[in-house]
Design a protein around this ligand. Structure first.
Ligand code: C2E
Ligand code: MG
Ligand code: MG
Ligand code: MG
Length: 277
């Protein structure tokens, strides 16, 4: 009987592996087709200056509108394409589109900042490094209006390469932010070794905030940021109480569903226009 169930288990695992493999193939083929047929677009989530409530910039978030399956989350397909040759063209597409949109916003809203996410796999490709540098050099927008968001884990993996890349991007004028800060690496020594402009506190910490409590983790990150002269965005602000907490603890900026949800570019322009009135 044991032998029987062992065989069944094996059959089960291989079936599961087959399904995973099939899913991976579907995603890779789908992403290739999406690039070809223009099924990607960007949504923008405003970044708010907490002291004034003013929108200072927005994070570009990739969206895949699948013809049959509807909207597919980047969290679902980015990890799959990371170790394929598709991460490069997708990263290029995002950067191109973001800079194009930024160009449109520069005239009415000088100093408006757009940030893009670069995944670890792309960060360590020479082609991505040089492409981004050239893009900002050729674009008619100030490079310091473009921010790059990177996670800790993606930077630590190849610290020396990363330092070179970030130094080149800094020299070109871009700003470098650490995304999901606090979730990745436990040692902070790398912070001194890289040209970083700011930290985005991961939403898992913001979620735990309660008025009147110690809130020591977020407080510690903010003290650290202040001592290193880094800017801070608190991510994932969903409630008024969380907004008040991070503002009171001294976070300069905030982002979250409780402030603004990610929205299409046209909606962003409407929100910005309404704010100016
Ligand atoms: P991220 O860079 O940390 O982006 C923030 C994510 O949190 C977004 O999810 C956003 O919609 C979501 N979010 C914002 N405010 C709240 C909130 O108040 N509550 C909750 N529960 N969630 C909130 P999204 O758009 O699904 O993106 C997920 C992740 O996919 C991003 O995390 C980023 O790591 C990755 N990603 C998105 N766009 C790109 C891209 O163009 N390139 C790469 N390489 N990765 C991307
Ligand atoms: Mg991000
Ligand atoms: Mg984040
Ligand atoms: Mg994330």
């Amino acid at each position: 009987a044991a032998k029987q169930s062992g065989r069944n288990q094996y059959a089960f695992f291989s079936l599961q592996m087959n399904q995973q493999l099939q899913q991976r193939i579907d995603i890779l083929q789908g992403v290739r087709a999406a690039l070809e047929h223009g099924h990607f677009h960007l949504e923008y989530q405003p970044v708010v200056e907490l002291a004034t409530g003013t929108i200072r910039g927005a994070e570009a978030l990739l969206r895949w509108q699948h013809p049959e399956q509807g909207l597919i989350s980047p969290a679902l397909f980015i990890p799959t394409i990371e170790d394929s040759d598709l991460i490069e063209p997708v990263t290029r597409w995002v950067a191109h589109q973001a800079v194009q949109d930024l160009l449109e916003l520069q005239q009415p809203y000088p100093g408006f900042v757009v940030s893009i996410n670069i995944s670890g796999a792309a960060l360590h490709q020479d082609s991505t490094r040089d492409f981004l540098t050239e893009l900002t050099q050729n674009a008619q927008v100030p490079a310091n209006c473009l921010s790059i968001e990177l996670t800790e884990t993606s930077m630590i993996k190849h610290l020396d390469d990363c330092r070179q890349t970030l130094t080149q991007w800094k020299a070109a004028g871009m700003n470098i932010w650490i995304d999901d800060f606090g979730t990745g690496y436990s040692s902070l020594s790398y912070l001194h070794q890289l040209p970083i402009d700011g930290l985005k506190i991961d939403r898992s910490f913001v979620r735990e905030l309660h008025p009147g409590h110690g809130n020591s983790l977020v407080a510690t990150i903010l003290t650290l940021a202040k001592s290193m002269d880094l800017k801070v965005v608190a991510e994932g602000i969903e409630t008024e109480s969380q907004r008040a907490c991070v503002a009171q603890l001294g976070s300069g900026y905030g982002q979250g569903f409780g402030l603004y949800r990610p929205m299409p570019f046209t909606a962003l322009k409407q929100v910005l226009a309404a704010e100016q009135r």
